[in-house]
Every structure is written in structure tokens, then in C-alpha cells.
Ligand binder design. Structure first.
Ligand SMILES: [Zn+2]
Length: 316
């Protein structure tokens, strides 16, 4: 599946689609005008983006009945006529017509099958290596995926996020190694963050499998809740794992004075909180973000316990 210049082909696709698909062209042009501000969370800089077009995602109904009632927008047969794709192994690189990033791709599996990461972390790592300069991210089916019925990754230009740089500047405490892959916890983060650094996708895959088995397993057989961000780093690849405790914060909603239409997923946790409503953009503070993170993510202490469990599993 290797195509080392995938990022170049993807950028060519983006340029062509912006010229030939007016809706996508105007949504990307509108990004130039979105309001953005920075919030300092105890030394970690996060951005807030007021992006009204993202109401389609933040407000998405992802219950089984709503999913069944709509044609799947990631299936080839239902895509808009103007949308073209770039084949990559069993996946197709598409431009995201409702962008957050200046360069934003959606990368569905070619088959209509549920959003599940088990057995696919190697694909994600290989994709991140091929998409140099981009962060490939994964939202679990109950952690922000707006199409939990169709397996997909997304990718956006890494320099837009703040978490990769913050992790790069933080102290990593190594917990355990498998081959070239190392699992670490990260000091100083506002939520619990784990990092897998690997020289090869195969090594990263076996360490991730041990981590997956060490996360809290939902009683209904769903996969452990998580958001993942992956990018080329040094001579290998870095995977940021953000385990989740809850899908949406208790303040989630759009109909009250104390509610906010914020549904955190990989991009928000990667350092860019998206607010489709201007009142939320204006109201969001560092304390409010910390409250939201405390509700939906693990604490640094909880991820340290997970890292200990992974070490025990591997060294046993
Ligand atoms: Zn589908």
C-alpha cells in the first residue's frame, strides 16, 4: 500500500476538486473568514474555531435508527457526483467538503463496514507515513465519528493542530517497548494522553493491540472509547492515543443558556475546539474546556494505570 508521494497526489486532488466542485470550493474559501482564538490551558495552547458549517458533524444524530434512515455518505454509490477519489490500498482518499483544516481529507475503507480500529492501526500508521505533513486521525464510533457505520480515517495538515507540538515539547515517560515501538505517558497535558512511537507499522500494531486490550472494555461489546492521532515523526511514526470515558459532555446541547454545542473528537482534543455556534465560541474559557476534558477523557493518573497494565501484560 506504500505510495510515498500520497500527500502530493492528495494535494493535487484537493486543488482540482476546489475548482470543479462549487460547494467544496466555497466551504474552503469560507475557512479564511472563520474566527479563531487561542486559549491557554495551564501552558498548553488550544485554539477555538467558530465554524458554522460544522453543525452537520457536531449536531449529527448517530443513533442506530437515524443511521439506518439516511444513505451512507461515505459509500461510493451515494457520494455527490462531483466528488472524485484517490485509491490507496483498500481505502479511497476524498476531500472533506465540510473542512476544519485548510487541507482536510476523509479516507473511507472501500467496503461499508462498521467503524472499528482493531486490526487497522497498521493501515493508519502506513497512511500517516505516506501522508507526510499530515495527521491521520480516527474517531471511535461513540467518540465523534459522524459515520460510525462506515470505517474511515480523516487527515489534516499537522501544523494546524497544537497537540503534536505540545507533545513534542513535553516530557515522555516510557512504560514498555515491543520491538522498535515504545509506549509512553506524557507529562503536563490537561487530559490523559498516551503515545506510541514506532519505527515500523508492524511493531506499532502489536504494542497497540496490548494497549487496546488494557483499556476499559464497554459491556455491550463495543470497542474501547478512544480518539487517535498519527503522524510521521523522526524516522518512524507517532500515535497519540486519547482514551475516552464519555461521548458528549453534560453541557452538550443547543437549546439552553448553559448548554454548548461541543462534541469533542480528535480535532478538538488535538488542540482545535470547534464551535458551530458563535455564542459558544465567545463563551468558551480555559476552565470550561478543563471541565469538558475532565468529563470526556481520562485523567493523567488513569492513563498511567493503563500504561502499567500494558507493561504487566507484555512482561508477564
Ligand atoms: Zn457506507
Amino acid at each position: 500500500m506504500s505510495s510515498p508521494d500520497l500527500h502530493i497526489q492528495a494535494e493535487d486532488l484537493l486543488r482540482a476538486q476546489l475548482a470543479e466542485w462549487p460547494m467544496a470550493g466555497s466551504n474552503y474559501a469560507a475557512l479564511d473568514g472563520v474566527r479563531v482564538r487561542e486559549i491557554d490551558i495551564d501552558g498548553i495552547i488550544m485554539k477555538v474555531q467558530f465554524n458554522p458549517a460544522r453543525i452537520v458533524s457536531s449536531g449529527a444524530k448517530v443513533d442506530a435508527a437515524s443511521l439506518k434512515a439516511r444513505p451512507c455518505f461515505l459509500c461510493g454509490s451515494n457520494r455527490p457526483a462531483q466528488q472524485r477519489g484517490l485509491p490507496w490500498g483498500d481505502y479511497t482518499v476524498l476531500i472533506n467538503p465540510f473542512p476544519i483544516f485548510p487541507r482536510h481529507f476523509t479516507i473511507p475503507l472501500n467496503a461499508h463496514t462498521e467503524q472499528r480500529i482493531a486490526g487497522r492501526i497498521g493501515h493508519m500508521m502506513s497512511m500517516a507515513i505516506a501522508l507526510d505533513g499530515y495527521t491521520v486521525f480516527y474517531n471511535g464510533p461513540r467518540c465523534g465519528a459522524s459515520a460510525p457505520d462506515h470505517m474511515h480515517f480523516q487527515a489534516g495538515n499537522t501544523d494546524f493542530l497544537t497537540l503534536p507540538q505540545a507533545v513534542g515539547q513535553s516530557r515522555l515517560s516510557e512504560s514498555v517497548c515491543v520491538g522498535s515501538a515504545r509506549l509512553s505517558t506524557v507529562a503536563g497535558m490537561p487530559m490523559g494522553v498516551l503515545v506510541i512511537d514506532a519505527e515500523t507499522a508492524a511493531d506499532g500494531e502489536s504494542l497497540f493491540a496490548a494497549l487496546y486490550d488494557s483499556l476499559p472494555q464497554p459491556s455491550d461489546g463495543e470497542e474501547p472509547m478512544m480518539n487517535l492521532l498519527c503522524y510521521a515523526c523522526g524516522s518512524g511514526v507517532r500515535l497519540i492515543v486519547i482514551p475516552r470515558l464519555r461521548h458528549r459532555p453534560s453541557c452538550y446541547g443547543s437549546d439552553g443558556t448553559d448548554t454548548m454545542l461541543i462534541s469533542p473528537a480528535s480535532v478538538d482534543l488535538g488542540g482545535v475546539f470547534i464551535t458551530p455556534l458563535e455564542k459558544d465560541f465567545d463563551a468558551l474559557t480555559a476552565d470550561r474546556i478543563k471541565e469538558i476534558l475532565a468529563e470526556v477523557c481520562m485523567t493523567p493518573g488513569q492513563v498511567s494505570a493503563v500504561a502499567d497494565a500494558v507493561r504487566n501484560k507484555i512482561e508477564r
